[in-house]
Design a protein around this ligand. Structure first.
Ligand code: THU
Length: 156
């Protein structure tokens, strides 16, 4: 028997096409990106997390001269949210990046480790997390759940 996994995602041509609340979330991710510590890859990533309380938490990539000791923006933001507001469910996460590491036009989407952490955030709160991926073209890709980014993920 062959099976298929499909999911719907939405695209928005630019930030202006988003709701005002989502525009605010994107601006927080952009602010976070500016403050990234990425002297080695020169690839700056910003993440913003909207909590159910309305609070927005920011994160960015934090690199280290011992390369594997650094951490991605998404995990910095989600772990901060988990540390400070463990009972406040995550409604959305927005990610944006800049730098020459990726060729222009390449899809910007979280790495596997971040997807795994996002999946656990979703599982522990039993509520989907919307994912907004800001592309360098200005286009925004919106997915309704982390499940779509990591089908067949490792979870309970
Ligand atoms: N990075 C992120 O912050 N998020 C991802 O999903 C992938 C990669 C960071 C890690 C490193 O600081 C830089 O981007 C280059 O890999």
């Amino acid at each position: 028997m062959s099976n298929q996994f499909q999911f719907i995602y939405r695209t928005f041509a630019s930030q202006d096409a988003l709701s005002l609340a989502d525009q605010t979330l994107v601006s927080h991710a952009l602010m976070a990106m500016q403050q990234a510590y990425a002297p080695y890859s020169k690839f700056k990533v910003g993440a913003s997390v909207l909590l159910q309380s309305g609070q927005i938490v920011q994160g960015n990539n934090q690199e280290n001269i011992a390369y594997p000791s650094g951490l991605c923006a998404e995990r910095v933001a989600l772990f901060y949210a988990g540390a400070q507001f463990p009972l406040d469910p995550v409604l959305k996460i927005c990610v944006v990046a800049e730098g020459d590491l990726m060729p222009q036009g390449a899809l910007l989407s979280p790495c596997g480790s971040c997807r795994q952490v996002m999946l656990e955030s979703e599982a522990r709160q039993a509520q989907p997390i919307e994912v907004l991926l800001v592309q360098r073209s200005g286009q925004i890709i919106v997915l309704d759940s982390v499940q779509n980014l990591l089908p067949f993920g490792f979870s309970k």
